[in-house]
Design a protein around this ligand. Sequence first.
Ligand code: ATP
Ligand code: MG
Length: 577
Amino acid sequence: MTTIEKDKRPERATVSEVKPGGELPERKSFIRDIIDEDLKTNKYGGRVQTRFPPEPNGYLHIGHAKSICLNFGLARDYKGFCNLRFDDTNPTKEEMEYVESIQRDVKWLGFDWDGRLFYASDYFEQLYEYAAQLIKKGKAYVCDLTADEVRKHRGTLTEPGKDSPYRNRSVEENLDLFERMRKGEFPDGTRTLRAKINMASPNLNMRDPVMYRVLHASHHRTGETWCVYPTYDWAHGQSDSIEQITHSVCTLEFADHRPLYDWFLDALGIYHPQQIEFARLNLTYTVMSKRKLLQLVEEGFVNGWNDPRMPTISGLRRRGYTPKSLRLFADRIGVARSESTVDVAMLEDCLRDDLNKRARRVMAVLRPIRLVIENYPEEVVEELDAVNNPEDASMGTRKLPFSKVLYIERDDFREDPPKKYFRLSPGAEVRLRYAYIIKCTGFKKDEKTGEITELQCTYDPETRSGLPQSSRKVKGTIHWVSAQHAVDAEARLYDRLFNIEGPGGEDWRDFINSKALEVLKGCKVEQNLQRAKPEEVFQFERVGYFCVDEDSRKGNLVFNRSVTLRDTWAKIEKKDN
Ligand code: ATP
Ligand code: MG
């Protein structure tokens, strides 16, 4: 693995820099330098036309988000256009479900193709026509070798390949065979159309690459119309050309394909976009290949493509990631020409930065223990004022009911406290957030299990938060909910899906973190959360950021932990007196 970038950009974009329309500030990059230069020399008549070209064979992931932000971002900043094009040349692996999810994800991220939605399959007829032109020019031939034989003839990095025995067929024979391939006269895998380039080229991509294969398969858009399908290498550059793309931005592994794409365009003599390669996004503790993501889904390691443990856009969305946080991330990582791996902590930080400004603070107790305030009147319910977001006064306040019986976190009490434990323990005092200082006077314990079942406390009526006389200070502040008002909820705590930074190799599944999901039932949350809707995000004070899961529609409130808090303690103490 290469270097891990904690945060390589000298200037970090901040959330407040994300303009109201969702626009990020314009950043310099080598790609923008190239475009600036092309605009200066008027290479494309002042046009900037990019595209995002997913293959609809899986759901989009955070790496695609980088590419989407890049391509749509360039179009936006240069007042150009960005097409959404499905590279759908592989009918056996592609599905409408993916086509739909991809459109949903691009829109959700905040981008719009403004009607410029295309499919490589729209160009099948044109591509066939182009191929026939190459045959006529003596630059393509029908080859009867099987896929295995083609591989054997190809040679290696150190040895040249061998010419196919079918390489020198006449133009007439090639045209006739190609047409009969299209008509369905030959079984799958028996014939291919290949470019006639150079079997001795040091670049393996140039050794007579396959342009068409016979494949009797139904396509999700063209149905049974075709039984020959173009390869990605043949379709991609020509599709860019047909769409008059100016800057065809792709990941580094296509750098070695560029001479081939150039060769095709030059041989046809058609409009020539410029390909620019950048380094793909790699993230620690994450796999990004669609093949592996599909395996995680199909082999049941996760519950579907949108499982909140997945690095897919739909998984991140369900986890509570916001479009803004992903755009902020794309901006902070920038684009470069050399491979690197980004620390997943950077992604989490982007979410915190966004949510800190926007998420409502609420009280929620994940692992509750009953607490009885013995000197508090039985029937009384006080309405206390709580701040919705200390970062944003315009978000206002809300009322919190306070009563004799509360729930607090089990972890906020210790029978034998360690040094510097500023929460509850026998005889110790603590402040209840937005309420009173209480003192622990006793506890009940299940003698068999040793489990503490209830805490007894007294409160000091002089110390209510916000009152002038409440200036008495204690070291710790804890959160709570009123037992009779609290709402039951389930919390799903997520962790990284892999145990190691770089889960590569064939045994990558051995590194799946089996504890990446912990489900807590019987959580108690404040009553204001009763009507929370799926995808709403909250900060559970001291606990973390949580969003409402779509499963809540079934009746029970379910929360996903989006990300933990950076700092759980210091801040609250300062503000709560
Ligand atoms: P496959 O292995 O199926 O080809 P892919 O990840 O390349 O998967 P595509 O659907 O071909 O998927 O990708 C669409 C676009 O997203 C391409 O332009 C590709 O360069 C870009 N892209 C894919 N993965 C990443 C990544 N990790 N970082 C940045 N861009 C990516
Ligand atoms: Mg690809």
